[in-house]
Ligand binder design. Sequence first.
Ligand SMILES: Cc1ncc(COP(=O)(O)O)c(C=O)c1O
Length: 377
Amino acid sequence: MPHNLYKKALLEKKTSATYRTLGVRPPSRLCFASNDYLGLSNHPAIKQELLNALELDRVGATGSRLLSGNAAFINAFENQIALDKNQEAALIFNSGFQANLTILATLLNKQILGQEPLVFADRLNHASMHAGCQLAGIRQQRYQHLDLNHLETLLKKHQHLPRPKFILTESIFGMDGDQIDLESLSQLADKHGAFLYVDEAHATGVAGNHGYGLTSSCKGRVHGAMGTFSKALGLAGAYFAGDTLIKDYLVNFAPGFIYSTAQPFPILYAANKAWNMVRDMEAERSHLQLLRSILQQELDQLGLATTPSTSHIFAIVFRCADRTLAVAEKLKNQGIAVSVIRPPTVPMGSSRLRIALKATHRIEDIQQLVEALKNNT
Ligand SMILES: Cc1ncc(COP(=O)(O)O)c(C=O)c1O
């Protein structure tokens, strides 16, 4: 039995201060630890939509979308996503992780491509993108985070190889809060004939045209955009947006789509509602911008090591996991929740406190956070 080996792996984790437990955290007075960037997870209109859906329709989808689990309202929702993302078509998945895993494994399928594709991936891409590449059995060429010169060097190094090329990146990076230069990246992809795949998990709802992500204004230059309903939309699930051909290909070849029961219908009704609310949430996005500029100024003055954030996500890097945990604990004792992010989620030596702003925060909340950081770091 393998139990002793699992035990040994767990012991190693315990000694490196990266051991995880499923603690139930009492709600904090001030929460900077959630991805509920627009405060929609607790919005009365979303809750009402769930209740309406319960009246109107069944709860469980009862089957995959290809069997008993499809409905006209889901097709219409996908059409709306495609429209807002400036793409031909969209396809809904049950979670962001599942979407990246199955979409990438399917797009990078060596048998269908006839050879191993060349995959250029930002070093800090989310684990689900790595998992998709791993499932496809391909070796990634990982470029330095956001470093387009490094990416170009790698692209040039391989340009003589007539293999399909893919570039994989997040748009706003979930752990560092910085973002791609989409214009330059798409030009580079174009120049090298590479398929550009962008994960908009942390941009959906908060950035780009009407809040629909950085790629929403980029017609024809991004070949695959995915995003989640689990962050700013406050729910669960994910979408892919791209050409109709790619949608049809995924519907026919992506196991994570074909062989999984569709999401419960009330969640999809609510996600549809949240998606449509995003369009009219410019005031919330402006407020987030205001909060971010206040926090940025304050953090600069405190002189703490931060990542070069351009968004509502900030990271204070402490390197040592123990120190990061200790600071988070002190903040927690004052009723302030922040996330502790440790390896392997981030590279070794870059443990950090992750601070995620929400449109429901007030300026006074930011001031309280800053005061607590001042006294405890
Ligand atoms: C960049 C990125 N992509 C995908 C996911 C997975 O999304 P989900 O939580 O909906 O599975 C996450 C979640 O943390 C993420 O940060």
